[in-house]
Design a protein around this ligand. Structure first.
Ligand SMILES: Cc1ncc(COP(=O)(O)O)c(C=O)c1O
Length: 410
């Protein structure tokens, strides 16, 4: 989509639906899914991580475009199934699943439970047995090493996620012995937000060697092997977009070698991801309520800030605040530095420090890029009790108000 047609739509949304608003365009998601299929030559099925954006209308739209859904709470499982996903297409990850969540998911026909510990396996076995079910499970393994370059690391150091690879031979026989669970595959998610193709390919090679070793040792012919994608997006000016062809080029040969082995011939390889699919398809649109001059700085005070979009304010895994890419809706030549803050009574509610934009005046609209993933879902929406921001899904250039009310946001 051209910048002009995005802006025309954002302006329409701001005028007819309101601000602050998250606007999600489906067209770039379709393009992303197609780019992934093309780059990997269809070797991976995609699994969408609901945590990145669980808006119900978006989930409903995604069910016709992505093979699987990964949920990390019973709330996400409910959102997915209410949006029309068959429960059999869902997997359930997360280190702190409670018994009532396990029960509801197993009873509800969950596809695969992703086991994060032996403790969880024992609880799931007991619950599945009490329901007269045999639950399919994937065992999540935490590698001992993650290459440099991932924005957040879930393994390679002490970690709550999955079973440490060093412990796997202690744990695996115990899981295999549980009568009400059937191990149908393995799962690794060890890092997110990486823009370095070599590091991502190297990480996948680590997964492959763990998968092969465990399957050989326990004579498993897995139905599924899940690869946590780690594919990153360029959040900040100066970040280079990920070279997807280089990632694929660095791993396709290894994937084919695995698939060439008899035990993996009918294994489905799955890429689990959120931000790479939907992150760049979303904008956060906020209106400038007032502009203040303070001790030599211009400060634009906006109608939405960290309460709606914590990551853009720099408080979601970022040590130093770096401005998200953003623009003034309607454009113009960048001319002037301005700080942009939200409406909250705290100095940490900042969307931009010294960003250079066309001159900003009261009433102008700012569009924060890369807001399709980890926007509203990752934000302290109740802080200072503003209303929920609008959410808008744009299909074929037609914006649809898909706002959730505060009480509906889990
Ligand atoms: C288990 C698991 N799956 C999927 C994801 C989605 O990651 P991303 O949105 O970076 O693709 C995460 C992110 O933390 C995760 O922990």
């Amino acid at each position: 989509m051209s910048g002009a047609s995005v802006d025309e739509c954002l302006l329409r949304v701001a005028t007819s639906i309101g601000t602050p608003s998250f606007v999600y365009f489906t067209e770039p998601i379709v393009a992303r899914a197609a780019a992934l299929q093309a780059a990997f030559g269809g070797r991976f099925a995609l699994s969408y991580a609901a945590k990145s954006n669980p808006n119900p209308a978006l989930l409903g739209w995604l069910k016709d475009h992505v093979a699987f859904l990964d949920v990390s709470s019973i709330g996400e499982f409910r959102l997915g199934t209410q949006a029309g996903w068959e429960p059999a297409r869902a997997s359930f990850t997360g280190p702190g699943k409670r018994d009532f969540e396990l029960k509801e998911a197993i009873e509800g026909g969950l596809g695969e439970l992703v086991l994060e510990s032996v403790r969880e396996a024992i609880a799931a076995d007991r619950i599945a047995g009490s329901l007269g079910r045999v639950q399919h499970v994937l065992v999540r393994i935490a590698p001992s090493r993650v290459p440099k370059g991932f924005g957040d690391q879930m393994a390679g150091r002490p970690s709550a996620f999955g079973i440490d690879v060093e412990e796997i031979h202690e744990a695996f026989p115990k899981i295999l012995a549980l009568p009400n669970l059937r191990v149908t595959g393995l799962h690794i998610y060890s890092g997110t937000q990486c823009l370095k193709p070599d590091a991502i390919a190297e990480n996948y090679r680590t997964f492959l060697s763990i998968f092969r070793e465990v399957c050989d040792r326990y004579d498993l012919a897995p139905e599924k092997l899940v690869f946590g994608s780690g594919l990153g997006i360029p959040y900040h000016d100066g970040d280079k977009p990920l070279d997807l062809a280089a990632v694929a080029g660095g791993i396709i040969g290894d994937l084919d070698a695995l698939k060439g082995e008899a035990r993996f011939a009918s294994t489905q390889l799955v890429l689990e991801l959120g931000r790479y699919l939907v992150g760049e398809a979303g904008y956060f649109v906020t209106r400038v309520i007032s502009v203040k001059e303070s001790r030599g700085n211009r400060i634009g005070i906006c109608d939405g800030g960290m309460n709606n979009h914590l990551p853009a304010s720099g408080h979601f895994g970022m040590v130093i605040h770096r401005n998200y890419a953003m623009h003034k809706v309607g454009g113009g030549d960048p001319a002037e530095k301005i700080d942009l803050v939200g409406p909250l009574c705290t100095s940490i509610d900042r969307l931009a420090n010294g960003v250079v934009l066309p001159r900003i005046e009261e009433g102008d609209l700012i569009a924060v890029h890369n807001s399709g993933a980890y926007g509203l879902t990752a934000s302290p929406i109740h802080f200072i009790s503003h209303a929920a921001p609008r959410e808008v899904l744009v299909e074929a250039n037609a914006p649809r108000d898909v706002t959730r009310q505060l009480g509906d946001i889990a």
